[in-house]
Design a protein around this ligand. Structure first.
Ligand code: PLP
Length: 396
């Protein structure tokens, strides 16, 4: 089939491939525990579902404007503003079918062929994929374990230049759970102002933060006008399948993002948008309980990972991912890399984890091996899964 050239540049979110494999193995009767995809195991809280059902029964079943219904944009502007100690206007908000769609829209609308886009590596694979798809040069900003999986400002200084159109940030981060410090954000902001680039900050895990207060780069001086905040409902409110996300950006840009949404989606599912109003401005008890549970799971999984020979795991500061260094285990077992270790753990222990390379190719000078485990499963399952891993790693 003769596809458009750009298709050869399109990547994929590889975690979905592992989910498909886990599904296949389970259908074959295998007992698989998965720490693969980053999808909360909690069901969407009842108050949110009820608001959606009410809207459906009230016949909220028609098209809406392409940027989302006004009451939802108002609710997002208010809640997102209070959370970040900023002020947003509903006209700066675009509702989309998932945060992922906003990432795609923003890159498509702002980035030209030949522009450069800086993205974190290891990172969420869609950043690199979409930048390449539109014909830009994607440039990796390495994250280092000895910097708590943040970046080295000298690395950033080396790659940012007058062709840099956009710097993509993600804090708390997938896959490492790292959080950018105020100093990191100030360094990035200074370079963004100097080289006049856009910042797209993926803040989808901003409410899953274990220590301190969340800081958005958009709140630093002179940054709001060059920043697109990407956030959504999937992770915080356990609403992955609803496909609801949003972007907050300068009004002049929002007009064009809305135009692209008009061409692709027309609008987001109408009754789902009413559920989202309840999610963001209704009772937050269920969400608070989820955060408490994630912290418990984080502490447990980090402890159990550090108890496996050849594994060492820093305690992630946010999101729901553990990213242990498994270099020792690879060496002890004679594996070339974490991908081989991942295959061994799946085969022998029936446990799915994701090798580091699911989140981009290794950076120059990166010698260590890592895997990612999403702790979006019960403490019992974490204990069982980690006991299985320990057994096959230590008693080979
Ligand atoms: N951004 C990051 C960093 C993610 O990890 C994910 C999902 O895994 C997304 C965006 C996509 O979120 P949504 O479900 O809202 O499209």
């Amino acid at each position: 089939m003769q596809l458009a050239n750009r298709m050869s540049r399109l990547g994929t979110e590889t975690a979905f491939e592992m989910s498909a494999l886990v599904g296949k193995l389970r259908r074959e009767g295998k007992d698989i525990i998965t720490f693969g995809i980053g999808e909360p195991d909690f069901d969407t809280p009842k108050n949110i579902k009820d608001a959606c059902i009410k809207a459906l029964n009230e016949n909220q079943t028609h098209y809406t404007t392409s940027n989302g219904i006004l009451p939802l944009r108002q609710a997002i502007a208010k809640a997102a503003g209070e959370f970040r100690k900023m002020e947003f206007d509903p006209e700066e908000v675009i509702v989309s079918s998932g945060a992922k769609h906003i990432l795609y829209d923003v890159v498509t609308v702002l980035v030209n062929e030949g522009d450069e886009v800086i993205y974190p590596n290891p990172g969420y694979p869609i950043y690199e994929s979409v930048a390449n798809f539109v014909g830009a040069k994607s440039v990796a900003l390495p994250l280092w374990e000895n910097k708590d999986f943040s970046f080295d400002v000298n690395d950033l200084r080396k790659i940012v230049n007058k062709k840099t159109k956009m710097i993509i940030l993600n804090s708390p981060q997938n896959p490492t759970g790292s959080v950018l410090s105020l100093k990191d954000l100030e360094d990035i902001a200074e370079l963004a102002r100097k080289y006049n680039c856009w910042i797209m900050t993926d803040e989808i895990y901003s409410r899953i933060l274990y220590d301190g207060k969340f800081i958005s780069i958009a709140s630093l001086p002179g940054m709001k006008e060059r920043t697109i905040i990407v956030d959504g409902f999937s992770k915080t409110f356990a609403m992955t399948g609803w496909r609801l996300g949003y972007g907050i950006m300068p009004k002049e840009l929002a007009v064009y993002i809305s135009k692209l949404e008009n061409n692709t989606n027309s609008c987001v599912n109408t009754f789902a948008q009413y559920g989202a109003i309840e999610a963001i401005s209704g009772d937050q008890t269920a969400m608070d309980k989820m955060q408490v549970e994630y912290r418990k799971r984080r502490d447990l999984i980090v402890k159990l990972l550090n108890d496996i020979k050849g594994f060492s795991c820093k305690s992630p500061k946010g999101a729901f991912y553990a990213f242990p260094n498994v270099t020792g285990a690879c060496k002890n077992l004679g594996f070339k890399d974490a991908k081989e270790l991942q295959g061994y753990i799946l085969d022998k222990a029936g446990v799915a984890v994701l090798a580091r390379t699911y989140f981009g190719p290794k950076n120059e000078g990166e010698t260590e091996e890592y895997v990612r485990l999403s702790y979006v499963t019960s403490t019992d399952t974490i204990e069982k899964g980690l006991a299985r891993i320990k057994k096959v790693i230590e008693n080979r």
